[in-house]
Write a protein that binds this ligand. Structure first.
Ligand code: NAD
Length: 440
């Protein structure tokens, strides 16, 4: 049997040993899905707190139940370690490390590079490696292939296999999860794609194989760029509607009544999270090397980036119209996570909104049931969430809804507050005709 056939057999009968590099929002759910499908999985992460938590059978990712981790740990199908040398015994490795942007807007490949360098030390014949981290097109072939292939005399597509498969997890989502969201897979060679698909098909319901790693990398960037541009479009629509004196939320609902050819996006205080604000910029960054300016991305990014400032200026105007002064006022920000019902504050526009309110002289407090503390590293401020939301609402001069968590009782908030600026239409019908509420 060829190396490829032997590996596919091991993957199909689930005797292959699996490693996941990076046990965060993407890696831990993936490790659990592979474990539950019957593979022996080892997670490798330099963060000792995560490794210790798994050792105690505890999940630290809201989408993964501690019970699921406990069952797998107990049966021996999930282990976690900081020791990369276990990779020498692995047949299949998935890389789920972060890919942030640097402050200059360039992709920060340092996590991918360090994970790859560790992996390169333990490469051996008969290994399949899949990169899941979102990145610019070409990363798998230009960055991983030479590093992994260089030190050992192994031929990709024959002795070992390399592919890209973008993660599509939507934290907090219950209907589409890691196991039932179709997975795109693209190999460096056809054989690479086949081996990686055989592996993932053992645990994930649908694997959509494409012909190259680049097509898979680009598919992910299309998905997120599509969202980012459409959010930019509705954000600009909100700005235009305000000038025209038209209710943007009513307009969007009306357009969304069309059963075909329209997809609903809603305006807000700006983009957040690890993906939508960042991923399209990988593409525009890469295109610069081809002397091509990705104009849609640049324009949508400009509009979206300006939304926190626009929201604060609208709040200022609304307070002014009511004879209120923002400077010196007590302003309560409701919700700081980047989207509803999750505990992730990365890139959240609430951080910008809070920073701008502080600069305008407001005394800012926040409440978020999922985020007890925030630390703005660049601006150097820290805050703790207020404990009792309704008592803070009563004390505040102005409440601003930045993230529309479902746990809030918006009718009670509007009732008790002196003034509410709602950047998410969380107050919906309650706001209509209510002089205390101003919506984006
Ligand atoms: N969070 C999401 O919703 C989401 C969705 C789709 C795609 N992604 C992409 O998936 C990737 C991972 O994102 P995440 O949200 O899971 O990040 P995360 O920060 O939650 O987790 C990454 C983990 O990698 C670990 N790590 C760092 N360097 C490492 C190394 N050299 N070796 C092994 N582990 C290392 C970190 O300690 C951390 O635990 C990113 O590229 C992201 O863009 C994330």
């Amino acid at each position: 049997m060829t190396t490829k056939d032997t590996l596919i057999k091991k993957l199909k009968d689930k005797t292959a040993n699996i490693a996941i590099l990076g046990l965060g929002y993407v890696g831990l759910p993936l490790a659990v899905v592979f474990g539950e499908a019957g593979f022996n999985v080892t997670g490798v992460d330099p963060d000792t707190r995560k490794i210790e938590a798994i050792g105690r059978s505890e999940s630290y990712i809201p989408d993964v139940k501690s019970e699921a981790v406990a069952n797998l740990v107990k049966s021996g199908r999930l282990k976690a370690t900081t020791d990369f040398s276990i990779l020498q015994n692995m047949d299949a490795v998935s890389i789920c490390v972060p890919t942030p942007l640097r402050k200059t807007g360039d992709p920060d490949m340092s996590f991918i590079l360090s994970a790859t360098e560790e992996l390169a030390k333990y490469m051996h014949k008969g290994m399949v490696i899949v990169l899941e981290s979102t990145t610019y097109p070409g990363t798998t072939r230009e960055l991983l292939l030479p590093k992994l292939g260089m030190e050992h005399d192994l031929t990709v597509g024959e002795d070992w296999f390399l592919a890209f498969s973008p993660e599509r997890v939507d934290p907090g989502r219950k209907d589409w999860t890691t196991v039932n969201t179709p997975k795109v897979m693209g190999g460096i060679t056809n054989a690479c794609g086949e081996v990686a698909t055989a592996w993932y098909e053992g645990a994930i319901q649908t694997v959509h194989q494409v012909s190259t790693a680049e097509a898979a990398e680009m598919a992910k960037l299309l998905e997120n760029t599509f969202r980012m541009i459409n959010i930019g479009l509705v954000n600009e629509l909100a700005i235009m509607c305000e000038r025209l004196g038209v209710d943007v939320w009513e307009v969007i609902e009306a357009a969304a009544s069309k059963p075909f050819g329209f997809m609903k996006f809603t305006p807000g205080p700006g983009l957040g999270g690890h993906c939508i604000p960042i991923d399209p910029l990988y593409l525009s960054w890469k295109m610069k090397a081809f002397n091509y300016n990705a104009r849609f991305i640049e324009l949508a990014s400009e509009i979206n980036t300006n939304m926190p400032r626009y929201v604060v200026s609208r709040m200022l105007e609304a307070m002014n119209d009511r004879g209120m002064l923002l400077k010196g006022s007590r302003a309560l920000v409701l919700g700081v996570a980047y989207k509803p019902d999750i505990d992730d504050v990365r890139e959240s526009p609430s951080l910008d909104v809070i920073g701008l309110l502080r600069k305008k002289g407001a005394n800012v407090e926040y409440h978020d049931p999922y985020i007890p503390h925030i630390h703005h590293e660049t601006d150097g401020w820290r805050m703790d969430s207020v404990g009792d939301v309704m008592s803070a609402v009563r004390k505040a001069d102005a409440v601003i809804v930045v993230t529309n968590h479902k746990v809030y009782d918006y009718a009670a908030i509007v009732n008790e507050a002196k003034f509410v600026f709602d950047a998410r239409n969380a107050t919906g019908k309650i706001a209509k005709g209510n002089p205390k509420v101003e919506r984006l």
